[in-house]
Design a protein around this ligand. Sequence first.
Ligand SMILES: *Cc1c(COP(=O)(O)O)cnc(C)c1O
Length: 367
Amino acid sequence: MAIHADDDHISGDVAPVIHLSTIYRYDNDPSKLKTAREIEGTDFDEIPFVYSRENQPNVARAEEVIGKITGGNAVLYSAGLSAFHAALTHLNPKKVFIGDGYHGCHGILSILERNYGTKVLTLADVESKVEAGDVVHVETPVNPYGLAIDLERYAKIAHAKGAKVICDATFAPPPILDPFALGADIVMHSASKYFGGHSDVLAGILVVKDQKTANALKDDRIFLGSICPTMESWLLLRSSRTFVSRVKQQFRSANEIVSYLSKNQEKLPKLKKIYHSSLQTEEFVKKQLPNGGPATFAIELDSGATARAFPSKLQYFTHSTSLGSVESLIEWRCMSDSGVADTLLRLSIGIEDTQDLIDDLVQALKQ
Ligand SMILES: *Cc1c(COP(=O)(O)O)cnc(C)c1O
Protein backbone atom coordinates (compact mmCIF):
# COMPACT_ATOMS: atom_id res chain seq x y z
CA MET A 1 0.00 0.00 0.00
CA ALA A 2 2.65 2.50 1.11
CA ILE A 3 4.93 1.27 -1.65
CA HIS A 4 2.54 1.10 -4.62
CA ALA A 5 -0.25 3.63 -4.01
CA ASP A 6 1.47 6.10 -6.34
CA ASP A 7 2.61 3.64 -9.00
CA ASP A 8 0.83 5.59 -11.71
CA HIS A 9 3.39 8.41 -11.25
CA ILE A 10 6.22 6.12 -12.29
CA SER A 11 8.41 7.08 -15.22
CA GLY A 12 11.90 5.55 -15.47
CA ASP A 13 12.81 6.36 -11.89
CA VAL A 14 12.32 3.83 -9.11
CA ALA A 15 12.78 6.42 -6.33
CA PRO A 16 10.47 9.43 -6.79
CA VAL A 17 11.87 12.50 -8.53
CA ILE A 18 12.30 15.59 -6.29
CA HIS A 19 10.46 18.57 -7.76
CA LEU A 20 11.81 21.79 -6.29
CA SER A 21 10.31 24.20 -8.83
CA THR A 22 7.95 26.80 -7.37
CA ILE A 23 6.39 27.52 -10.78
CA TYR A 24 5.05 25.41 -13.64
CA ARG A 25 4.94 26.12 -17.36
CA TYR A 26 1.52 26.85 -18.80
CA ASP A 27 0.48 24.73 -21.80
CA ASN A 28 2.15 25.73 -25.06
CA ASP A 29 -1.09 25.14 -26.95
CA PRO A 30 -3.09 28.41 -26.76
CA SER A 31 -6.37 26.54 -27.20
CA LYS A 32 -5.76 24.72 -23.89
CA LEU A 33 -5.16 27.88 -21.82
CA LYS A 34 -7.91 28.71 -19.33
CA THR A 35 -8.48 31.98 -17.52
CA ALA A 36 -8.63 32.04 -13.71
CA ARG A 37 -12.34 32.75 -14.02
CA GLU A 38 -12.87 29.66 -16.20
CA ILE A 39 -11.04 27.49 -13.66
CA GLU A 40 -13.19 28.67 -10.74
CA GLY A 41 -15.14 25.80 -9.21
CA THR A 42 -12.94 23.11 -10.81
CA ASP A 43 -12.02 20.25 -8.45
CA PHE A 44 -8.69 20.96 -6.75
CA ASP A 45 -6.98 17.88 -8.14
CA GLU A 46 -8.07 18.59 -11.73
CA ILE A 47 -6.20 21.91 -11.88
CA PRO A 48 -2.71 21.70 -13.46
CA PHE A 49 0.24 22.76 -11.29
CA VAL A 50 0.84 26.52 -11.43
CA TYR A 51 2.57 27.69 -8.25
CA SER A 52 3.87 25.57 -5.36
CA ARG A 53 1.93 27.45 -2.66
CA GLU A 54 -1.19 26.01 -4.31
CA ASN A 55 -0.10 22.51 -5.20
CA GLN A 56 3.04 20.69 -6.34
CA PRO A 57 3.82 17.14 -7.49
CA ASN A 58 5.68 16.00 -4.34
CA VAL A 59 2.82 16.96 -2.03
CA ALA A 60 0.15 15.48 -4.33
CA ARG A 61 2.04 12.19 -4.46
CA ALA A 62 2.70 12.08 -0.70
CA GLU A 63 -0.98 12.86 -0.04
CA GLU A 64 -2.00 9.94 -2.21
CA VAL A 65 0.18 7.50 -0.25
CA ILE A 66 -0.60 8.92 3.21
CA GLY A 67 -4.32 8.91 2.37
CA LYS A 68 -4.07 5.16 1.74
CA ILE A 69 -2.15 4.60 5.00
CA THR A 70 -4.63 6.64 7.06
CA GLY A 71 -7.80 5.37 5.37
CA GLY A 72 -9.06 8.78 4.30
CA ASN A 73 -8.23 11.89 2.28
CA ALA A 74 -4.95 13.36 3.52
CA VAL A 75 -4.02 17.04 3.30
CA LEU A 76 -0.42 17.95 4.13
CA TYR A 77 0.74 21.07 5.95
CA SER A 78 4.00 22.74 6.88
CA ALA A 79 3.69 21.60 10.54
CA GLY A 80 1.36 19.74 12.88
CA LEU A 81 0.30 23.09 14.30
CA SER A 82 -0.51 24.55 10.88
CA ALA A 83 -2.71 21.47 10.35
CA PHE A 84 -4.54 22.16 13.63
CA HIS A 85 -4.92 25.84 12.73
CA ALA A 86 -6.31 24.85 9.32
CA ALA A 87 -8.86 22.49 10.91
CA LEU A 88 -10.07 25.28 13.20
CA THR A 89 -10.17 27.76 10.32
CA HIS A 90 -12.31 25.31 8.34
CA LEU A 91 -14.72 24.47 11.18
CA ASN A 92 -14.79 28.05 12.57
CA PRO A 93 -16.21 27.17 16.01
CA LYS A 94 -17.39 29.65 18.66
CA LYS A 95 -16.30 27.24 21.42
CA VAL A 96 -13.49 24.67 21.53
CA PHE A 97 -13.24 21.97 24.19
CA ILE A 98 -9.71 20.71 24.77
CA GLY A 99 -8.01 18.56 27.41
CA ASP A 100 -4.41 18.44 28.55
CA GLY A 101 -1.94 17.59 25.87
CA TYR A 102 0.30 19.31 23.39
CA HIS A 103 0.99 22.87 24.56
CA GLY A 104 1.16 24.25 21.02
CA CYS A 105 -2.50 23.42 20.34
CA HIS A 106 -3.38 25.46 23.43
CA GLY A 107 -1.14 28.19 21.99
CA ILE A 108 -3.21 28.44 18.79
CA LEU A 109 -6.42 28.56 20.81
CA SER A 110 -5.01 31.43 22.89
CA ILE A 111 -4.45 33.36 19.66
CA LEU A 112 -8.02 32.66 18.47
CA GLU A 113 -9.34 33.65 21.90
CA ARG A 114 -7.35 36.89 21.85
CA ASN A 115 -8.26 37.84 18.28
CA TYR A 116 -11.76 36.52 17.77
CA GLY A 117 -13.11 35.78 21.24
CA THR A 118 -13.22 32.00 20.63
CA LYS A 119 -14.17 30.37 23.95
CA VAL A 120 -11.78 27.69 25.19
CA LEU A 121 -13.20 25.12 27.61
CA THR A 122 -11.99 21.81 29.03
CA LEU A 123 -13.12 18.27 28.17
CA ALA A 124 -14.81 18.15 31.59
CA ASP A 125 -17.19 20.86 30.27
CA VAL A 126 -18.24 18.93 27.14
CA GLU A 127 -21.19 17.12 28.67
CA SER A 128 -22.84 20.23 30.11
CA LYS A 129 -21.87 22.93 27.60
CA VAL A 130 -21.31 21.55 24.08
CA GLU A 131 -23.59 22.96 21.36
CA ALA A 132 -24.02 22.72 17.60
CA GLY A 133 -21.06 24.17 15.72
CA ASP A 134 -18.59 23.69 18.58
CA VAL A 135 -15.38 21.67 18.28
CA VAL A 136 -14.27 18.98 20.72
CA HIS A 137 -10.53 18.34 20.38
CA VAL A 138 -9.35 15.02 21.78
CA GLU A 139 -5.66 14.16 21.86
CA THR A 140 -5.20 10.45 22.44
CA PRO A 141 -2.94 8.99 23.68
CA VAL A 142 -2.12 12.24 25.39
CA ASN A 143 1.24 14.02 25.58
CA PRO A 144 3.56 13.55 27.52
CA TYR A 145 2.17 10.53 29.39
CA GLY A 146 0.96 8.22 26.62
CA LEU A 147 -2.36 7.69 28.41
CA ALA A 148 -5.54 7.00 26.41
CA ILE A 149 -8.47 9.46 26.53
CA ASP A 150 -11.98 8.15 25.81
CA LEU A 151 -12.43 9.55 22.30
CA GLU A 152 -15.56 7.50 21.59
CA ARG A 153 -17.37 8.84 24.66
CA TYR A 154 -16.62 12.50 23.80
CA ALA A 155 -17.52 11.93 20.15
CA LYS A 156 -20.93 10.51 21.08
CA ILE A 157 -21.74 13.49 23.30
CA ALA A 158 -20.46 15.98 20.72
CA HIS A 159 -22.33 14.44 17.78
CA ALA A 160 -25.58 14.22 19.74
CA LYS A 161 -25.44 18.04 20.00
CA GLY A 162 -24.18 18.69 16.44
CA ALA A 163 -20.56 19.48 17.36
CA LYS A 164 -17.49 18.27 15.45
CA VAL A 165 -14.59 16.20 16.76
CA ILE A 166 -10.92 16.63 15.93
CA CYS A 167 -8.62 13.85 17.12
CA ASP A 168 -4.90 14.54 17.48
CA ALA A 169 -3.62 11.00 16.95
CA THR A 170 0.07 11.93 16.71
CA PHE A 171 0.97 9.49 19.52
CA ALA A 172 -0.86 6.55 17.89
CA PRO A 173 -0.61 6.63 14.09
CA PRO A 174 -2.13 3.82 12.01
CA PRO A 175 -2.31 0.87 12.38
CA ILE A 176 -2.26 1.46 16.17
CA LEU A 177 -5.41 3.59 16.42
CA ASP A 178 -8.38 4.18 14.09
CA PRO A 179 -9.90 7.50 15.25
CA PHE A 180 -12.61 7.45 12.52
CA ALA A 181 -13.98 4.18 13.93
CA LEU A 182 -14.34 5.91 17.31
CA GLY A 183 -16.14 8.98 15.94
CA ALA A 184 -13.49 11.52 14.88
CA ASP A 185 -14.55 13.86 12.06
CA ILE A 186 -11.04 15.15 11.37
CA VAL A 187 -7.85 13.29 12.31
CA MET A 188 -4.70 15.30 12.83
CA HIS A 189 -1.08 14.15 13.00
CA SER A 190 2.16 15.96 13.56
CA ALA A 191 4.01 14.28 10.67
CA SER A 192 7.21 15.61 12.25
CA LYS A 193 6.91 12.53 14.48
CA TYR A 194 6.10 8.99 13.18
CA PHE A 195 5.28 9.84 9.55
CA GLY A 196 8.63 11.62 9.08
CA GLY A 197 10.29 9.20 11.45
CA HIS A 198 13.87 10.36 10.88
CA SER A 199 14.06 13.67 12.79
CA ASP A 200 14.47 15.59 9.54
CA VAL A 201 10.95 16.69 8.50
CA LEU A 202 8.59 19.27 9.97
CA ALA A 203 5.08 18.63 8.63
CA GLY A 204 1.46 18.08 9.57
CA ILE A 205 -1.48 16.05 8.30
CA LEU A 206 -5.26 16.39 8.37
CA VAL A 207 -7.22 13.33 7.33
CA VAL A 208 -10.90 13.66 6.41
CA LYS A 209 -13.40 11.10 5.23
CA ASP A 210 -14.59 12.80 2.05
CA GLN A 211 -12.93 14.36 -0.96
CA LYS A 212 -15.14 17.47 -0.79
CA THR A 213 -13.84 18.46 2.67
CA ALA A 214 -10.27 17.67 1.57
CA ASN A 215 -10.70 20.04 -1.39
CA ALA A 216 -12.14 22.76 0.86
CA LEU A 217 -9.09 22.39 3.15
CA LYS A 218 -6.76 22.58 0.15
CA ASP A 219 -8.53 25.71 -1.11
CA ASP A 220 -8.04 27.39 2.31
CA ARG A 221 -4.44 26.18 2.45
CA ILE A 222 -3.60 28.20 -0.67
CA PHE A 223 -4.33 31.40 1.24
CA LEU A 224 -3.06 30.29 4.64
CA GLY A 225 0.26 29.62 2.90
CA SER A 226 0.72 26.47 4.94
CA ILE A 227 1.20 23.78 2.28
CA CYS A 228 3.87 21.20 3.09
CA PRO A 229 6.95 22.47 1.20
CA THR A 230 8.45 20.62 -1.77
CA MET A 231 11.47 19.03 -0.06
CA GLU A 232 9.55 18.08 3.09
CA SER A 233 6.80 16.47 0.99
CA TRP A 234 9.41 14.42 -0.79
CA LEU A 235 10.99 13.37 2.52
CA LEU A 236 7.55 12.33 3.80
CA LEU A 237 7.00 10.27 0.66
CA ARG A 238 10.39 8.61 1.23
CA SER A 239 9.51 7.95 4.89
CA SER A 240 6.08 6.53 4.03
CA ARG A 241 7.69 3.46 2.42
CA THR A 242 8.95 2.18 5.77
CA PHE A 243 6.18 3.72 7.87
CA VAL A 244 4.21 0.60 8.77
CA SER A 245 7.30 -1.51 9.57
CA ARG A 246 8.83 1.23 11.69
CA VAL A 247 5.66 1.94 13.63
CA LYS A 248 4.90 -1.72 14.29
CA GLN A 249 8.44 -2.36 15.54
CA GLN A 250 8.48 0.77 17.72
CA PHE A 251 5.12 -0.03 19.30
CA ARG A 252 5.91 -3.69 19.93
CA SER A 253 9.24 -2.73 21.49
CA ALA A 254 7.74 0.03 23.69
CA ASN A 255 5.05 -2.31 25.03
CA GLU A 256 7.71 -4.91 25.89
CA ILE A 257 9.83 -2.28 27.63
CA VAL A 258 6.88 -0.93 29.65
CA SER A 259 5.86 -4.46 30.59
CA TYR A 260 9.43 -5.30 31.70
CA LEU A 261 9.77 -2.11 33.77
CA SER A 262 6.40 -2.50 35.46
CA LYS A 263 7.02 -6.17 36.31
CA ASN A 264 10.46 -5.36 37.74
CA GLN A 265 9.65 -2.04 39.37
CA GLU A 266 10.31 -3.39 42.88
CA LYS A 267 13.91 -4.14 41.92
CA LEU A 268 14.33 -0.59 40.61
CA PRO A 269 13.71 1.67 43.61
CA LYS A 270 14.51 4.91 41.74
CA LEU A 271 11.61 4.23 39.35
CA LYS A 272 8.56 5.65 41.12
CA LYS A 273 5.92 5.59 38.41
CA ILE A 274 5.32 4.50 34.80
CA TYR A 275 2.67 6.20 32.67
CA HIS A 276 1.45 4.19 29.66
CA SER A 277 -1.97 3.24 28.36
CA SER A 278 -1.14 -0.49 28.66
CA LEU A 279 -1.20 0.02 32.45
CA GLN A 280 -4.64 1.70 32.39
CA THR A 281 -7.53 -0.49 33.55
CA GLU A 282 -10.55 1.40 32.11
CA GLU A 283 -12.67 -0.65 29.71
CA PHE A 284 -12.45 1.77 26.74
CA VAL A 285 -8.66 1.53 26.51
CA LYS A 286 -8.67 -2.03 25.10
CA LYS A 287 -11.19 -1.09 22.45
CA GLN A 288 -9.30 2.06 21.45
CA LEU A 289 -5.83 0.46 21.42
CA PRO A 290 -6.42 -3.28 20.93
CA ASN A 291 -2.76 -4.04 20.21
CA GLY A 292 -1.15 -2.14 23.07
CA GLY A 293 -0.19 1.40 23.96
CA PRO A 294 1.94 4.04 22.26
CA ALA A 295 5.71 4.01 21.70
CA THR A 296 6.01 7.23 23.70
CA PHE A 297 5.45 7.17 27.45
CA ALA A 298 6.67 8.76 30.66
CA ILE A 299 8.35 7.68 33.87
CA GLU A 300 8.83 9.43 37.19
CA LEU A 301 12.04 9.01 39.17
CA ASP A 302 12.63 9.48 42.91
CA SER A 303 13.93 13.06 42.69
CA GLY A 304 14.42 16.00 40.35
CA ALA A 305 18.18 15.55 40.63
CA THR A 306 17.99 11.88 39.56
CA ALA A 307 15.73 12.76 36.64
CA ARG A 308 18.02 15.61 35.54
CA ALA A 309 21.06 13.29 35.47
CA PHE A 310 19.27 10.23 34.06
CA PRO A 311 19.59 11.00 30.28
CA SER A 312 23.38 11.34 30.69
CA LYS A 313 23.60 7.76 32.04
CA LEU A 314 22.04 6.22 28.91
CA GLN A 315 23.89 4.92 25.90
CA TYR A 316 21.11 4.36 23.35
CA PHE A 317 18.71 7.21 24.15
CA THR A 318 19.40 10.69 22.78
CA HIS A 319 18.50 13.51 25.18
CA SER A 320 16.22 15.57 22.98
CA THR A 321 12.65 16.71 22.60
CA SER A 322 10.23 15.17 20.06
CA LEU A 323 9.22 11.57 19.42
CA GLY A 324 8.46 8.99 16.79
CA SER A 325 11.86 8.75 15.14
CA VAL A 326 13.95 5.67 14.40
CA GLU A 327 16.36 6.62 17.20
CA SER A 328 15.17 6.35 20.80
CA LEU A 329 14.82 9.68 22.58
CA ILE A 330 14.46 10.71 26.19
CA GLU A 331 13.62 14.15 27.53
CA TRP A 332 13.80 15.63 31.02
CA ARG A 333 10.39 16.98 30.26
CA CYS A 334 10.37 20.10 32.43
CA MET A 335 12.92 21.58 30.00
CA SER A 336 10.23 22.09 27.34
CA ASP A 337 6.94 21.81 29.25
CA SER A 338 6.24 24.15 32.17
CA GLY A 339 3.26 22.08 33.34
CA VAL A 340 5.07 18.92 34.55
CA ALA A 341 7.01 17.82 37.65
CA ASP A 342 10.84 17.93 37.53
CA THR A 343 10.87 14.18 38.25
CA LEU A 344 9.29 13.35 34.88
CA LEU A 345 11.08 11.90 31.84
CA ARG A 346 9.42 11.26 28.48
CA LEU A 347 10.72 8.36 26.40
CA SER A 348 10.21 7.71 22.70
CA ILE A 349 11.17 4.21 21.61
CA GLY A 350 12.96 3.86 18.29
CA ILE A 351 13.84 0.82 16.19
CA GLU A 352 16.90 -0.33 18.13
CA ASP A 353 16.95 -3.87 19.54
CA THR A 354 14.43 -4.08 22.40
CA GLN A 355 16.75 -5.97 24.75
CA ASP A 356 19.53 -3.38 24.24
CA LEU A 357 17.09 -0.65 25.26
CA ILE A 358 15.87 -2.56 28.33
CA ASP A 359 19.46 -3.29 29.43
CA ASP A 360 20.39 0.36 28.94
CA LEU A 361 17.45 1.63 31.04
CA VAL A 362 18.07 -0.92 33.78
CA GLN A 363 21.80 -0.14 34.10
CA ALA A 364 21.01 3.59 34.30
CA LEU A 365 18.25 3.04 36.88
CA LYS A 366 20.70 1.04 39.02
CA GLN A 367 23.38 3.78 39.01
C1 LIG B 1 4.53 17.65 18.00
C2 LIG B 1 3.08 17.61 18.26
C3 LIG B 1 2.23 18.57 17.70
C4 LIG B 1 2.72 19.72 16.88
O1 LIG B 1 3.30 19.31 15.70
P1 LIG B 1 4.45 20.15 14.93
O2 LIG B 1 4.74 19.29 13.74
O3 LIG B 1 5.60 20.28 15.89
O4 LIG B 1 3.85 21.47 14.60
C5 LIG B 1 0.88 18.45 17.95
N1 LIG B 1 0.38 17.46 18.72
C6 LIG B 1 1.18 16.54 19.29
C7 LIG B 1 0.57 15.47 20.12
C8 LIG B 1 2.55 16.58 19.08
O5 LIG B 1 3.34 15.66 19.65
